[in-house]
Write a protein that binds this ligand. Sequence first.
Ligand SMILES: Nc1ncnc2c1ncn2[C@@H]1O[C@H](COP(=O)(O)OP(=O)(O)OP(=O)(O)O)[C@@H](O)[C@H]1O
Ligand SMILES: [Mg+2]
Length: 396
Amino acid sequence: MRILLFSGKGGVGKTSVAAATGVRLAELGHKTLVMSVDPAHSLADSFDLEGALFHGTTADPKSIHDNLWIQEVNIQREIKRHWNEIAGYITSVLRTSGLSDVEAEEMAIFPGMEELSAMMYVNQYLREKQFDVVVLDCAPTAESLRFVSLPTTLDWYVKHVFTLQRRVMKAVRPIINTLGPIEAPPDSYFGNIQSLFQKIQGIDTVLEDPRITSVRLVTNPEKMVLRETQRAFVYFSLHGLTVDQIIVNRVLPDEITDPFFEGWRKAQRGVLQDIEAYFAPVPVSTVPLFDHEVLGYAGLQELSDRLYRNTIDPSLVTRTEKPYEFTMVDGKYEVRLRMPFVQKAEIGLFKKNDELIVEVGTLRRHIGLPTTMAALVPVKARMEHDMLVVEMRNAT
Ligand SMILES: Nc1ncnc2c1ncn2[C@@H]1O[C@H](COP(=O)(O)OP(=O)(O)OP(=O)(O)O)[C@@H](O)[C@H]1O
Ligand SMILES: [Mg+2]
């Protein structure tokens, strides 16, 4: 199964491009699911499938065409399905702090639940081999980054916090219960966390395997949008995901000769050149601004015709370069990370247990080291073109 993840700044056309890709893949004969991971779903709208008949029926994969299914993850239902004990506990704690039932229930939906639920589905489809391709229509950049960083975060929590918390809780529950008013989590809370964790187990390896998962960044030919696209590129790389295509949407078509748009066209041309230069060798594709909204199956087909006019099959694996690798050169161990657009001064490096921690701005990535390197510490780092090379040595 292939996973194609579409991300980018708000409003650039992620949903339209993801849906159009689904249309093309289905036409090529692949069993394709387009899944919306954005809490503000607009996937069904993009296919122009509203109406009473359709309302609320996409929480499970819904067949809408030959070989084509769509799914909009419904958080309320996911909570009932997977999060009952956790949400129940959090709700009861919040209630004791004076919130009304409804408020407490609302608050118990914490950020990331939606993404995590989607991740469980991806893992399930992968196991059950139900689809050939799963296309993920993500929320704007920041949220989709939370999505891809969740597995490592959760892994960390389970390893470091929950196991410990559980042991401590067993010991202190009798005391807490007599003290009140905050109740200690019941055992089922921990059981719930563990079973959730099992459901997403292995998904990080799947996301980091370029033969399975590809990230496609959707952008517009505007400077501000480009900046966010560059940041997204860095962060996805930092999380070990491979970006294999940049899609520039809403390029002014040549036939627009109105002088009003002359300034826009010039600016777009400049940004397009920058995009080609910045992201090379990652291929860049363009989609023109249409004279109408992209809507419904026919509209999406039109978009896919333009976007994939030079592409045989959008699900083919075209780039397998890992964003980072471990090497040994002349007896020296090195971790090499692809970090375009980053200044060395912005990068922080730490070692904790068997992990190398890399910080870029406010983002942090734990990179699990292979056993041969687990005892080493980072001693030097240098930039080689767009690669950060971290030299590792024995700690003495
Ligand atoms: N090339 C295009 N030409 C004309 N209209 C377009 C084009 N691409 C997208 N649109 C329109 O722009 C609007 C926003 O597109 P879309 O919903 O795909 O963006 P998005 O990035 O998913 O937004 P969000 O960040 O809110 O999820 C839609 O009405 C869509 O039909
Ligand atoms: Mg969208």
